[in-house]
Design a protein around this ligand. Structure first.
Ligand code: GAF
Length: 385
């Protein structure tokens, strides 16, 4: 298969009969640690994948957007009327229309455009294919229109597109990762201040590899369960009289938990508070160059997601257990949960045996065979040509 960027340009030429003015690429992500902490104003540590979505694009007259997607094979076309009424553009087009909507809402003079979109970020695998699409379109429109919107303000806008146009109540992590990550680094993001620190994450230098296992577990009720987790966290914060769970530290946790009557809320709060601390501990180890030692934190994060936040599924737990049994230094589910991918930190020469062990465990359980790849921290959104 040709490169994703070449396919975008070829698609643009075929659909629109001319070369594009440029190509913009935005990656999917994995989250190293810090799950469901973003909408609690807490900390996350994602890194960008080498898998990307590319928008080949050019301006067109008037307030019209014409978009071809390789994946669906369709071309959709919408104008300002459809954009201004969230819900009128549905399916994958909602992510594109949502970005146009959010830009217009923020007062930007969004140029009409033609876009051809290709991607090698798998859909529904929890690797942020939605954020990659939003970020590719957003960066293309910002550049084509010469809009005054620096990169640090772009994630909030893309998140608004997803929350208000698409209707998914997500936090700011995925859009931040796709837009702000740097090659060779993990992105330490404070989701309250939106301040970032790029943390060197040199897997190769440490003789390690990061295995990503796509569980292929169907996303069971993922949207409703995500929203329910978010509600529980907000209820917990309100009961504790803090603006967000970020404001509870691990030292205060026992006292805080004693004030909560509902056992489920207690579990949700415990996950978020301890997860924020695990992010801080992981960052401290990475800053000190002690990459190998982050393994137990990854595994502890998984246990907390499994037992306290209750967002894992049998395929995911099987992958984590099999990876650890085969010698992974740490393993955890990454992303929103109820399916998606597992990360396993492994010695560089152990990636294949660990992947084989997960595949064997799946066969034993009668699960569909997982996919796997090894990844290195890659660049965030960028104009290619
Ligand atoms: C999904 C959401 F989009 C993110 O905002 C984040 O909450 C994540 O789940 C869980 O950490 O990817």
């Amino acid at each position: 298969m040709t490169d994703v960027a070449d396919r975008a340009t070829a698609g643009f030429r075929r659909e629109f009969g001319a070369p594009p003015a440029g190509q913009w690429a935005a990656p999917g992500r994995v989250n190293l640690i810090g799950e469901h902490t973003d909408y609690n104003d807490g900390f996350v540590l994602p890194f960008a994948l080498p898998l990307r979505t590319v928008a080949a694009a050019d301006r067109q007259e008037g307030a019209r957007w014409t978009v071809w997607s390789e994946l669906s094979g369709e071309t959709i076309d919408f104008g300002a009327d459809e954009v201004d009424e969230p819900g009128r553009v549905a399916g994958w087009g909602a992510y594109v229309a949502g970005v146009v909507w959010a830009l217009r809402e923020a007062g930007h003079d969004v140029p009409g455009a033609r876009l051809a979109i290709t991607s090698d970020v798998p859909l529904g695998a929890g690797l942020s294919s939605s954020a990659a699409l939003e970020a590719a379109v957003l960066t293309a429109l910002v550049d084509l229109g010469g809009l005054d919107l620096p990169a640090e303000r772009q994630p909030r806008l893309a998140q608004r597109a997803e929350n208000h146009y698409v209707g998914a109540p997500t936090g700011i992590m995925d859009q931040s990762a796709s837009i702000r990550c740097r090659d060779g680094h993990a992105l330490f993001l404070d989701c309250r201040s939106e301040g970032v620190e790029h943390i060197p994450f040199d897997l190769r230098g440490a003789g390690l590899a990061m295995l990503v296992v796509d569980s292929h577990a169907p996303h069971r009720h993922a949207d409703g369960e995500y929203a329910a987790r978010r509600k529980s966290c907000e209820a917990g914060a309100e009961r504790l009289g803090v603006p967000a769970l970020r404001d509870v530290t691990v030292d205060q946790l026992d006292t805080a938990l004693a004030r909560l009557d509902d056992p489920e809320t207690r579990r949700r709060v415990r996950h978020v508070v301890t997860e924020d601390q695990r992010v801080l501990d992981t960052v401290a180890l990475l800053r000190a160059g002690r990459v190998r030692e982050i393994g137990p934190l990854l595994t502890a994060s998984h246990v907390s997601m499994r037992d306290d936040f209750e967002i894992t599924v049998p395929e995911i737990d099987t992958a984590v257990e099999a990876a650890l049994a085969a010698g992974a230094l740490g393993a955890r589910m990454t992303g929103g949960g109820f399916g998606g991918c597992v990360l396993a930190l492994v010695e560089a020469d152990a990636a294949d045996p660990v992947a084989d062990a997960v595949t064997a465990a799946y066969a034993e359980q009668g699960f569909r065979a997982p996919d796997h790849l090894t990844v290195l921290p890659s660049p965030g959104a960028v104009r290619l040509t």
